[in-house]
Design a protein around this ligand. Structure first.
Ligand SMILES: Cc1cc2nc3c(=O)[nH]c(=O)nc-3n(C[C@H](O)[C@H](O)[C@H](O)COP(=O)(O)OP(=O)(O)OC[C@H]3O[C@@H](n4cnc5c(N)ncnc54)[C@H](O)[C@@H]3O)c2cc1C
Length: 412
């Protein structure tokens, strides 16, 4: 792996998978209908979607599959987004905001189907989420959000302080419970999906850093790798995570920061953790918690503006202890101790939406950049939209004006 990752610390997910597949590097010039750059959640999901549709596709990954943000990812799959539906309605109007939220709910359903057919277990499980008011002052906003979700026909209920206290060892002023969310081990998911995609015809080239992109006369694309070899393709998909500046970055300006995660040693009794719900809150940045198959607790948050991960062990431990203290305040009876801890770069877009679609100034060049806490759900939206754009069937896709690169909220 390359020396400098956009994460640092002791990661949990890679420790859960032995014998993962390795893929060859680009040792000769190759050609394909579509070339995907980036072997994380977004790139592999997109390549899987294309290969499953019988499209000839090659994928270049600078390092190893799932070695960047995908391995830092805490594996929450939620239809609710960092931007609340009620705020998104203010930004996009009711019809489009609801279209986007419903598409996210459908994407979780699709992830369940994909997970069920993978050649191995990725620990996919359906979960509900408890989205609680961080303070009394947030209650009117929370209530408004509940009404927006219910009006949209999404799976949501409103819980009072008593409802919460009856099911958890803590009390909060109110909460929305959303159903139909899910959890996954993102590292296993991507590795298994990569394996299945290869069975469907995808060529994966690891240790293949694309350093130059040339458009040939006639409009085809040539991607030059760092070892002098190249890939020719009719279409190119950028799924390069938080590195949009590295090649064609002028258009896309993510707001980069860093975020922290601690994973505990397994605990023996989670009976006071109602339904193993995801927990998150109205404050921004938010604290979030989930459990794992091994009865560990994952707690994340404490986002900071600096995009460079903290590399010192002592400084990282200080953050992990703060996260643990917040988890402990919610579950005072649980004996919590840190087993894994890391921090990683995290990207958000100005309008809180992912960048997915064709470059308005560069024909047959596409992006699947899932900024925000819902990157996995966005990678599914991205894969479908990009396949339709390549197949020429995207005219009716209602997401294009919402997440595409010509969208109004990007021009404002
Ligand atoms: C701590 C943390 C927690 C998160 N939790 C969640 C969560 O619970 N749920 C969720 O949905 N999302 C979560 N996310 C967000 C999620 O990880 C990302 O949004 C996204 O899904 C990651 O996938 P990706 O493929 O876009 O990016 P990455 O995994 O970063 O993949 C991009 C790949 O492109 C490669 N690459 C870049 N440039 C080149 C090049 N020039 N040539 C070849 N290869 C290149 C990189 O090496 C990398 O492997 C979290 C993120 C962080 C940091």
């Amino acid at each position: 792996m390359s020396e400098i990752h956009r994460h640092s610390g002791h990661m949990y997910w890679p420790a859960t998978m032995e014998g993962r597949s390795a893929f060859p590097s680009l040792t000769s010039n190759e050609a394909a209908k579509v070339a995907v750059i980036g072997g994380g959640m977004s790139g592999i999901t997109c390549a899987w979607e294309l290969a499953s549709a019988g499209i000839d596709v090659i994928l270049a990954e600078r390092d190893e599959v799932a070695s960047e943000s995908t391995s830092s990812n805490t594996g929450l799959l939620q239809y609710c987004n960092d931007i609340m539906l009620s705020d998104l309605i203010g930004q996009l109007g009711k019809r489009r905001a609801e279209t986007f939220y419903k598409a996210c709910a459908k994407a979780v359903d699709k992830l369940e189907k994909i997970a069920a057919e993978l050649p191995g277990d990725c620990d996919f499980a359906r979960r509900s989420s408890l989205y609680y008011a961080s303070s009394e002052q947030d209650l009117p906003k929370l209530r408004q959000e509940y009404e927006a979700l219910a009006a949209c026909g999404l799976n949501a209920a409103y819980w009072t302080a008593d409802d919460i206290a009856a099911r958890f060892p803590f009390r909060k002023a109110g909460a929305i419970v959303t159903g139909g969310d899910a959890e996954v081990n993102p590292f296993r998911f991507v590795h298994l999906l990569a394996r299945q995609s290869v069975e469907r015809g995808l060529r994966i080239r690891e240790k293949t850093d694309i350093v130059k992109h040339e458009t040939l006369p006639g409009g085809a694309h040539r991607l030059h790798a760092d070892n002098g070899r190249y890939i020719d393709a009719e279409h190119v998909v950028y799924a390069i995570g938080y590195e949009p500046e590295s090649l064609r970055g002028k258009l896309i300006k993510p707001d980069l920061g860093r975020t922290f995660v601690a994973v505990t040693e397994p605990v023996s009794d989670l009976s006071r953790w109602h339904g193993r719900f995801f927990l998150w809150e109205t404050a921004r940045p938010y604290l979030y918690l989930r459990t794992t198959k091994e009865n560990r607790i994952i707690v994340g948050g404490l986002d900071e503006k600096d995009s460079n991960p903290i590399r010192g062990k002592k400084a990282l431990r200080g953050h992990s202890e703060r996260l643990l203290a917040q988890a402990q305040a919610l579950f005072p009876e649980l004996p919590l101790s840190i087993a894994y801890e890391w921090n990683a770069t995290f990207g958000e877009s100005e309008d809180n939406l992912p960048f997915i679609g064709e470059d308005p100034e560069w024909p047959r060049v596409y992006y699947s950049l899932g900024y925000g806490g819902n990157g996995t759900v966005y990678s599914v939206l991205g894969a479908e939209l990009i396949r339709e754009l390549i197949e020429g069937t995207a005219d009716d896709n209602p997401l294009e004006p919402i997440i595409g690169l010509s969208r109004a909220t990007l021009r404002q």
